[in-house]
Write a protein that binds this ligand. Structure first.
Ligand code: MOS
Length: 764
């Protein structure tokens, strides 16, 4: 780290000069509430999602899933399935050709997007209940599903590690957690805790959760000969999926193409190669026909992992003046026997509060379950539940306002690394939120507000999520007709990617949005990092900025060749892209349009591609997004029913690029957090390891009636060290939500609920 830090300190500009200029400009498009460019095709049904591509000669595949969590297949009877109507082929471990196991997902790495390190269909070993044991290909989806139901498997059953509670006794400290130490300590936190005058020591439980994107996973795979394949896939990471599948099938990387234009939500569940897309490719190869494999909702529960369960302890001590003297956060999560994903719940407190002594760390244990994976704010969502509930409890112990207690412990620098914050305006966020919510009217005493049988309470919690940036490429083309084309392999997953990238490019190039086209959703386009870690918007934008720098230089060199050009003698630093061309900064009326420059140079277009460097800025600065979540609940005294009455989310996330699309992101994240707090839970049967509520009838997502009006406010203070001054906003809104709910319930009832979801049986 220290060598890297030296390198970083010697980097003169992490962000290009021109970007700094633009931070002070008046913005034509950035920050404006512009309608979604993909809105019309979506509401009219014209947008094609993966399963909907009209491919000629399509066959349909369905999976049969293991019903045990551990053991060996003794016999698999496919006779009835093979003779069922419309069945073209049945593939099991007995006749599946050998496939390689893809390398596990790596965030900054080589584009692998594998999720498990287990062989799929190339083994008779079972390691989770739901593992695919056969794939049936038929002339219709119903016939494939029916035939799959006829497959009869007998197993030599072994005792699986089905229970998280039981697995915890085998928990171990992992070597690292996404590059961070699994445990960090300073001073003697236990001694400091014991000797403190004010302290809380609480234990928390969070269950497994599933993403439940509205669009279940689907792939259409079509081979072109023996060595080229195209997938129409529900992917958050087109290039990663393509590269991993190339590895699996021993193909050249450029011979696997993943098309993923519109994705109906992912939340981390579509970041990689899972059995469905791998087996669709296999099925298409074995039948010589294009094959569609669209998972049922149950299928998603069986083979796509979600968020791991956790148990956490948070012990915080404070002196009488409300300053933290000891901070302990520890606990354990589960991962499957075949993947690596230690959900990083211990990350948030590493950056939140001033702590003279601390121990923050986590362990991991293994279970026979489907591989867990990224799910919206992995780590921070469940970590903030524990930390911010404990902070709330200690504020009552101190008889201090919960916001005031947090502000007294607001750090000047990152409390662990000692780095400067790139941009941190927690006080402003709390101020805005408190104002909007009317926090000052809240009585300090618990259980002091009532409306008939309903107890009323208000709670707050801090949310936090890191600022990530991925290595990402983009191609920018400016044509002689004065239009521009931006190309990126990213997909439109609902966040407003197309809209915001078009806004940014139009502003950067000095064009109207109508003259800019953003081409996306295809792995053959320039590399976009995964739409994960709330990183994609800024990652693509920086690549576009840097590619545009190259174009500016090239266009300027064309202008230099004409001694009559008003740009003669100008250097790149003297000019800017504006008004459809290049103009002098000092004399903004002096310049030439792209069309004029290109026409004279006898070029139809100029094009440049750029791949950004590693995110060194995140080593130099402590870079995070922040939220202050305000919740009011009503709790029914007799039934324990909880209703969220109102919500204010206050965010400090740099510049807001499009208030309209941002509002949806914020509200969506808070709604997902309300589900996490009150209703959602993936329930495993400890006897069999099977998920027993794998349907939306039994896995309770919040519906319209569960969601109150949600007000959103934000600081809108640009971070000087990020592209466009922006942070990602996909994950921050879910963080802190569950704690704000639990804290409001405490304020209403005097009961501290530490186990999610907070169902009414726990309240009574
Ligand atoms: Mo997200 S969990 O990084 O899709």
């Amino acid at each position: 780290m220290s060598i890297m830090k030296k390198v970083v300190d010697t980097v003169a500009h992490v962000m290009p000069d021109r970007e700094r200029d633009r931070l002070t400009d008046q913005h034509r498009y950035l920050g404006k509430p512009i309608d979604r460019l993909d809105g019309r095709v979506k509401v009219t049904g014209a947008a094609q999602f993966s399963a909907e591509y009209p491919i000629a000669g399509l066959l349909y595949a369905a999976l049969a899933y293991s019903t045990i969590s551990k053991g060996v297949i003794k016999n698999i009877d496919t006779n009835a399935a093979e003779h069922a109507p419309g069945v073209v082929k049945v593939v099991t471990h007995l006749n599946a050709p050998e496939m390689k196991v893809p390398k596990p997902f790596s965030v900054q790495g080589d584009g692998s997007a594998g999720t498990t390190e287990i062989k799929i269909l190339n083994t008779d070993k079972i390691s989770w209940n739901g593992q695919p044991v056969a794939i049936v290909i038929a002339d219709s989806e119903d016939r494939a599903e029916y035939a799959a139901s006829l497959i009869n498997v007998t197993y030599a059953v072994e005792r699986g590690m089905n229970s998280f509670e039981e697995a915890i006794s085998h928990a171990k400290k992992p070597k690292q957690i996404f590059g961070e130490d699994p445990e960090i300590t300073k001073g003697d936190p236990d001694a400091a805790f014991k000797s403190a005058t004010h302290r809380v020591d609480l234990r928390f439980k969070t269950p497994a959760y599933n993403h439940n994107a509205i669009e279940p996973h689907a792939t259409i795979a079509a081979w072109d000969g023996d060595d080229k394949v195209t997938l129409y896939d529900t992917s958050q990471f087109t290039v990663g999926t393509a590269n991993s599948l190339a590895e699996v099938f021993g193909l050249k990387k450029e011979n696997v193409r993943v098309i993923s234009t519109f994705v109906g939500g992912g939340f981390g569940g579509k970041g990689g190669v899972w059995a469905y897309n791998q087996l669709a490719v296999l099925a298409a190869r074995m039948t010589g026909r294009p094959v569609r494999l669209a998972l049922t909702r149950e299928g998603v529960f069986r083979i796509i992992g979600g968020r791991t369960p956790s148990q956490q302890r948070v012990a915080i001590a404070s002196n009488a003046s409300g300053h933290i003297s000891a901070f302990i956060h520890e606990g354990v999560t589960a991962q499957s026997t075949d993947n690596y994903f230690p959900e990083q719940f211990s990350f948030p407190p590493r950056h939140l509060y001033t702590m003279p002594a601390y121990r923050i760390g986590q362990e991991i244990c293994e279970v026979n379950r489907v591989a867990n994976t990224f799910m919206r704010a992995p780590g921070e969502s469940i970590g903030t539940f524990a930390v911010e509930s404990a902070m709330d409890a200690l504020s009552y112990e101190l008889q201090l306002d919960p916001i005031e207690f947090r502000m007294r412990n607001e750090p000047e620098k990152d409390p662990v690394s000692g780095n400067e914050f790139s941009s941190r305006h927690m006080r402003e966020a709390y101020g805005l939120g408190a104002e909007k919510f009317g926090w000052k009217n809240r009585p300090a005493v618990v259980r002091s507000q009532r409306d008939g049988d309903w107890l009323i309470g208000q709670g707050v919690a801090t949310g936090t999520y890191p600022m990530y940036r991925m290595v990402t490429a983009a191609r920018v083309r400016i044509s002689a007709d004065g239009t521009a084309l931006i190309e990126s392999s990213a997909q439109e997953m609902g966040m407003g990617t197309e809209t915001v990238q078009t806004q940014h490019a139009a502003e950067l190039l000095g064009l109207s949005m109508e003259k800019v086209k953003f081409e996306y959703g295809d792995s053959t386009l320039p590399w976009a990092g995964v739409a994960g870690g709330s990183s994609q918007t800024v990652s693509i934008a920086l690549a576009v900025q840097q590619a545009s720098e190259k174009l500016l230089t090239e266009l300027l060199s064309f202008a230099q060749q004409d001694s009559n050009s008003v740009l003669k003698g100008a250097k790149a630093i003297d000019v800017r892209m504006a008004n459809e061309g290049i103009f002098r900064k000092e004399q903004p009326s002096l310049g030439e349009t792209y069309a004029a420059i290109l026409k004279r140079a006898k070029k139809d277009f100029v094009v440049a591609e750029h791949k950004t460097g590693a995110p060194l800025e995140t080593l130099k600065y402590s870079m995070h997004s922040y939220a202050a979540q305000f919740c009011e609940v009503r709790v029914h005294e007799q039934t324990g029913e909880v209703r969220i009455n109102r919500w204010v989310g206050a965010f400090d996330v740099g510049r807001i690029l499009n208030p309209k699309t941002a509002l949806s992101q914020f509200r969506g994240g808070i709604i997902m957090g309300i589900g996490m707090a009150l209703t959602e839970e993936t329930i495993f049967d400890d006897r069999t390891g099977r998920i027993i509520n794998g349907t939306l009838a039994e896995y309770h997502l919040p519906v319209q009636a569960d969601v109150p009006h949600i007000d959103i406010v934000y600081t809108n203070i640009p971070d000087p060290h990020t592209p466009m001054g922006a942070h990602g906003i996909g994950e921050i809104p879910i963080t802190g939500v569950a704690a704000a709910v639990a804290n409001a319930i405490y304020h209403a009832t005097g009961k501290r609920l530490t186990s999610l979801p907070i169902t009414l049986d726990k309240i009574l």
